[in-house]
Design a protein around this ligand. Structure first.
Ligand SMILES: Nc1ncnc2c1ncn2[C@@H]1O[C@H](COP(=O)(O)OP(=O)(O)O)[C@@H](O)[C@H]1O
Ligand SMILES: [Mg+2]
Length: 273
């Protein structure tokens, strides 16, 4: 593992004092695509890193390429080991850790377009154990399914963020999300806390009504912070930047800052940290 010095945060962006690194793992998962999993993973993790936390990103979605946000030299990717190879060859994940050349406090392991041959549901969980003292947060971007890689992410994490768009069927679909989570909980014999995060909130009557329905008629754990819909996010992503580095004053920059604060607080409650 390169340049990981326990107990130090070696850059000028560090705004918080670090004492211990017991890595908190957050899976961003849903059964639906296009709900903002990758956008939230990237922006939330980037805010945490900007605040001085050491963040490791894992990309379990074979379609997306989260690593591209952190390392534009994609042509080098072919020569670097990815998650699929590490698991296939039963090597330590630490061998694949790359530090972002673009952002401080961010490390990542290259994702892969091939399926990751996890040997069981708890394979990832076991492999992540040796990183516990090197990072504050591990953010895991997932594929929208309940296949073995996603189940590994759920089994490994301390908190699942479930983004939803308040469109047709979005709330009824949460049933399936919870059933899948329950299956993994039965398997790992522990509760896996999850929080719903509303994304692309907009000032439209139908959205407002769906939001009201979600809050008043269901008892899903919904985060107070919602991320509003803003085209700036897309411009930022096309420049491979988190929104706060593109438009610091954008509404969604404030939303992601609030989300980071709320997630940090959730961990205080979950882990008594
Ligand atoms: N809050 C938002 N405002 C505007 N566009 C958004 C927002 N969140 C996500 N998007 C856009 O929605 C699309 C799907 O988001 P993405 O993060 O790729 O979803 P997923 O990973 O769940 O498939 C992307 O084009 C992304 O830029
Ligand atoms: Mg995605």
């Amino acid at each position: 593992m390169t340049n990981i010095v326990k107990g130090k945060v070696g850059n000028t962006h560090s705004k918080k004092r670090r004492e211990v690194y017991v890595m908190k793992k957050i899976a961003v998962w849903q059964m639906k695509g296009g709900v903002g999993k990758t956008t939230i993973t990237f922006n939330l993790g980037s805010v945490l890193a900007d605040q001085g936390y050491r963040v490791l990103f894992l990309d379990l979605d074979p379609q997306a390429d989260l690593s591209f946000y952190f390392d534009q030299e994609q042509n080098q990717k072919r020569h670097k080991v990815n998650l699929q190879q590490l698991v296939q060859e039963n090597r330590s994940l630490t061998e694949g850790i790359q530090e972002s050349k673009r952002f401080s406090n961010i490390s990542f392991i290259y994702g892969s377009n091939d399926d990751i041959p996890f040997s069981s549901i708890i394979d990832l969980s076991e492999r992540l154990q040796e990183m516990e003292d090197h990072f504050d947060y591990c953010l895991i971007d997932c594929h929208p399914d309940a296949h073995v890689a996603s189940l590994n992410a759920l089994a490994a994490c301390d908190l699942v963020l479930v983004p939803i768009l308040l469109d047709k069927h979005s709330i009824s679909n949460l049933n399936l999300v919870v059933r899948t989570l329950n299956r993994v909980e039965d398997h790992v014999r522990r509760g896996i806390p999850y929080r719903i995060i509303v994304n692309q909130l907009r000032r439209e009557k139908c959205v407002y009504e769906a939001y009201r329905d979600l809050m008043m008629h269901h008892d899903y754990p919904v985060l107070e912070t919602a991320i509003c819909r803003e085209s700036n996010i897309n411009s930022a992503l096309s420049l491979l930047k988190p929104i706060f580095k593109h438009r610091r004053k954008a509404k969604t920059s404030a939303d992601f800052l609030a989300l980071a604060e709320e997630v940090i607080n959730e961990f205080r409650q979950i882990k008594g940290a």
